[in-house]
Design a protein around this ligand. Structure first.
Ligand code: OGA
Ligand code: MN
Length: 232
């Protein structure tokens, strides 16, 4: 099995950034449609129909972990992360201003949380990618639009957000006027499945573009803890 990080380098070839996508943040202040389906109004999109259609494939669960559990992750992750430097200058990377690692063995408290993530996010019996992926975005860091490799990752991506709120934007690959914005509060869990994972790019907005439904959402340093399954 290839090391995850080597795999991820190839996973995230950024999708072409169209002028249409660039216009999204300015368009976002007008005519947004909010649908308080599962977790309040954490998902807005280009149309009510899209929010409804994709609703079952996109979830944001607020307060999925406690402050104490977040502290347990930070205590486990910080020593290793601090030894690395943030990477900024690879213009062709899908991510700007980040450091990352992977981890297979966890202390009891984190393992318990990860088991909770696995049980809510993945279909029963699905084979998970062994190590969990950790991505540490600097305050100035961001993730450009991309689709995770279909060769290495399966139908479901589930991520915990530590230290900062952020906005994840999904844009339909072959129709960039179709989009969803997800507000990912600190300590929430998001899940992307099926079409939302395969047919839409996902990205994490940079601080100065971080506006959700007209509301400014300051983006600080953010660590994500991401679980994936294997392709069938
Ligand atoms: C990735 C990715 C999202 C996140 O690493 O491919 O999209 O929540 N990460 O950090
Ligand atoms: Mn991704």
């Amino acid at each position: 099995m290839k090391p995850l990080l080597a795999v991820l380098k190839r996973i995230r070839k950024p999708a072409v950034y169209t002028s249409h996508q660039r216009c999204l943040s300015s368009c976002a202040s007008s005519g947004l449609l909010t649908l308080p389906i599962r977790d309040e109004a954490l998902i807005v999109g280009s149309s009510r129909e899209l929010v409804q259609r994709l609703g079952s494939q996109v979830e944001v669960k607020t307060a999925f972990i406690t402050e104490e559990e977040e502290g347990a992750f930070l205590a486990e992750l910080e020593p290793g992360l601090k030894k690395k430097r943030y990477e900024f200058d690879h213009w062709d990377d899908a991510i700007h201003g980040y450091r990352e690692t992977e981890r297979a063995k966890w202390g009891a408290k984190c393992e318990e949380v990860l088991n909770r993530v696995r049980s809510v996010a993945f279909p029963e019996g699905s084979q998970l990618l062994g190590p969990v992926h950790i991505l540490d975005l600097d305050k100035t860091g961001y993730i450009k639009p991309h689709v995770d490799s279909v060769k290495f990752c399966g139908s479901t991506i589930a991520g915990l957000s530590l230290l900062s709120d952020s906005i994840m934007r999904l844009v339909k690959e072959d129709a960039t006027n179709e989009w969803l914005d997800l507000l990912l509060p600190r300590r929430s869990l998001y899940i992307l499945r099926d079409q939302a994972r395969f047919n839409f790019t996902h990205q994490i907005l940079k601080d100065d573009e971080s506006v959700f439904n007209g509301q400014r959402v300051p983006r600080l340093r953010r660590i994500s803890v991401i679980c994936r399954n294997l392709p069938m």
